[in-house]
Design a protein around this ligand. Structure first.
Ligand SMILES: *Cc1c(COP(=O)(O)O)cnc(C)c1O
Length: 365
């Protein structure tokens, strides 16, 4: 079976060395040495400041909402946030879970990111934030979004879970927004098994978040405010340090696969318009087919050959019942019906790539 993605497994020897250290120090969690080391190495690698490691990418969003007053008591009675229907469920469900109503506005048909032109009419007195997604690592229109947010006094939290290592106009894309969040789930480009991070614009927000991820505790006998447990532990940090050591070869292998798919499938499928001035991370290979029937036929043909593709993202989130009643988002709905993500991971062999491409081509004649 060829899966759509495979977790990256770094050198076992190196991992063992980190585990030896954990056994020597007898320290497993609560901001241990490896969590501190991973924090500073990630800040350096990504070119950011104010990075906080947390338990997963969903908690990263939830902590960011809370710290920025988008959820919780500071948010008032019926808080809302404007977000994209074309994303993984966690972007919107994390809002709903925390009592913030997700208000969807449609995406740009080329970039598949939230279209700033649709945002302003959705803003009302309850709107607290804009939660866009740099979908598949592509950059949102960060300047336009930031202008709107300033004009209406809204926070911006980027779900940047696909954006590991992406540079935009010469600096990290993660620097945009009041906060940007990452997921380090096993299937992501960079991972810690489960894990995530928040990159805050302001140091004081980072400091408050440090309290919130540890029950609001600030000392042996002091609990300053309501918190939760959202900490990353030493075992996860050890995995992350090993994966980070090998990130260059991981990125290079994915870039090769991505370029080969692109070259071979050019003219046959629609690709995402990647922003100019973006150094892409090739974390996903999304392809949009002419019709839903064609996409389903390709998926079925691949499945017959034990090759997995994913309808990622499908369904468009406005149609997910547990998120509430929302109007149809025509562009997101249309793309989500026709999109498939093809297998892409470091160990995917040239032969496997050839097989996948040939099957797709044979369905498209
Ligand atoms: C993976 C992902 C998440 C959730 O991250 P977890 O670490 O699995 O909680 C949220 N948003 C997007 C866009 C993702 O891809």
């Amino acid at each position: 079976m060829i899966p759509v993605t495979k977790p990256y497994f770094p050198s076992r020897e190196k991992l063992n060395k980190y585990l030896d250290g954990i056994y020597d120090r007898q320290w497993l969690t609560n901001n241990g040495q490896l969590v501190q080391e991973l924090t500073s190495r990630l800040e350096e690698y990504l070119g950011v400041e104010n990075l906080l490691l947390v338990g997963n990418g969903t908690l990263a969003l939830q902590i960011a909402y809370r710290v920025l007053g988008v959820s919780g008591e500071e948010a008032g009675q019926h808080p809302e946030a404007i977000t994209t229907p074309f994303s993984f469920i966690a972007t919107a469900s994390s809002l709903k879970w925390d009592g913030v109503n997700p208000v969807f506005v449609d995406i740009d048909p080329g970039t598949w990111c939230l279209d700033p032109k649709n945002i302003e009419t959705a803003i009302n007195a309850n709107t607290r934030a804009i939660v866009p997604v740099h979908v598949f690592g592509n950059a949102c229109e960060v300047e336009a979004i930031s202008e709107l947010a300033n004009k209406h006094n809204l926070k911006v939290i980027y779900d940047a879970c696909h954006t590991f290592g992406v540079q935009y106009r010469g600096e990290s894309l993660l620097k945009h927004g009041d906060a940007a969040t990452l997921s380090f789930h096993a299937t992501k480009l960079f991972h810690t098994g489960e894990g995530g991070a928040i990159i805050f614009k302001r140091k004081e927000d980072l400091e408050r978040a440090k309290k919130l991820i540890n029950f609001g505790i600030t000392g042996p006998e002091s609990i300053e405010e309501l918190g939760v447990n959202a900490k990353l532990n030493e075992l996860q940090a050890a995995m992350g340090l090993c994966v980070l050591d090998e990130i260059d070869q991981n990125l290079a292998a994915r870039a090769d696969i991505w370029r080969r798919y692109k070259q071979e499938l050019n003219d046959k499928v629609q690709f995402q318009n990647i922003s100019e001035d973006l150094s892409y991370n090739h974390a996903y290979f999304p392809a949009v087919f002419e019709t839903e029937e064609q996409a389903m036929a390709v998926a079925a043909a691949l499945k017959d050959n034990s090759i997995q593709v994913r309808r990622y993202f499908y369904p468009s989130l406005e149609s997910v019942a547990c998120l509430g009643d929302h109007p149809v988002m025509p562009i997101s709905n249309n793309i989500s019906r026709r999109i498939l993500c093809l297998p892409i991971y470091e160990q995917l062999t040239g032969y496997e790539q050839r097989t996948i491409i040939d099957i797709i081509k044979s369905e498209l004649v």
